[in-house]
Design a protein. Structure first.
Length: 286
């Protein structure tokens, strides 16, 4: 089992401490902020932008024309440094019970390490003790329709159906060994793939006192069609404070995983990627 690094623990504590301080301000001044507060259950639009402290697990394999490649454990090989991650969520309520939601999540990183094992990457061999460079870029897009089958003054429950599109790009390169000597065969190969996966899900939204809102969702789907064979799940819960339409801040926890085998001309292999961790975000409602 991989344990989160001390740096990730410290970053997570900073995220949670900052959000807790903001919520403390909200609870201390409810009377001053209650007037004119937006209503997440009736207002047409909700946008949020946030960042994550991630505990991710990436297993990827790029096959050659005839042989299976080596499954690369990205975190063990490269560590978790030099990462960039953010998430943008949006909602449009175009009728009382009907909504459209969209999502864009980006996670990318790059790192260099000395390889401690031989790697078959798309039919090309990277030897032990090579100076290995890796780049990883992962984008998730979602467009979904939601119907609120149960609505009350302070909460609603909705069912959703939509499409996740996973856009993945991976690059491994090695031209010298750990001593700086040229390799017999330099390797520099990038692979990319887009995997569309439909999803179905449930969402619950509850209004609490002091302009606080709890939002929880669960999505899942498995698919085997043409070049794709895989499954996806996404579970999220968040608590946010929205005293004004332009001022909202939230904390949450998200767990996402995609496991897909792909057999295409530009990418033949497998991806098993998951992340989980806390997040903090800014939101507007109008």
């Amino acid at each position: 089992m991989r344990h989160p690094s001390p740096e990730r623990h410290r970053a997570a504590r900073r995220v949670m401490a900052g959000a807790a301080a903001l919520f403390a301000v909200a609870l201390a001044t409810p009377a001053a902020l209650a007037e004119g507060a937006p209503n997440i259950l009736t207002d047409p639009f909700h946008l949020s932008l946030g960042t994550f402290v991630l505990n991710s697990d990436t297993q990827v394999r790029l096959d050659g024309d005839t042989d299976l490649g080596t499954t690369v454990d990205w975190e063990r090989t490269f560590g978790d440094a030099d990462a960039r991650r953010f998430r943008l969520d949006g909602m449009w309520r175009f009728a009382e019970r009907h909504k459209v939601r969209f999502l864009w999540f980006n996670y990318s990183r790059s790192r260099s390490r000395v390889s401690d094992t031989e790697i078959d990457w798309g039919g090309e061999i990277i030897p032990i003790n090579a100076e290995l460079s890796g780049k990883f870029s992962f984008d998730v897009y979602e467009l979904a329709y939601e119907y609120a089958f149960l609505r009350r003054e302070t909460y609603e429950l909705s069912a959703s159906v939509g499409l996740h599109y996973t856009d993945l790009a991976l690059r491994l390169a090695a031209s010298i060994d750990s001593s700086g000597n040229p390799l017999e065969g330099a390797v520099d190969k990038e692979a990319s793939v887009g995997a569309p996966l439909p999803v179905v899900g449930l969402r619950g939204t509850w209004k609490l006192p002091y302009n606080l809102v709890v939002d929880a969702s669960a999505q899942y789907f498995a698919l085997s069609i043409d070049e794709y064979d895989g499954n996806l799940h996404d579970y999220r819960v968040s608590l946010f404070w929205q005293p004004k339409s332009w001022l909202g801040v939230g904390i949450g926890y998200d767990q996402f995983a995609v496991d897909v085998d792909v057999d295409k001309s530009d990418f033949k292999g497998s991806l098993d990627w998951s992340y989980q961790g806390p997040m903090i975000y800014y939101s507007v409602v109008f």
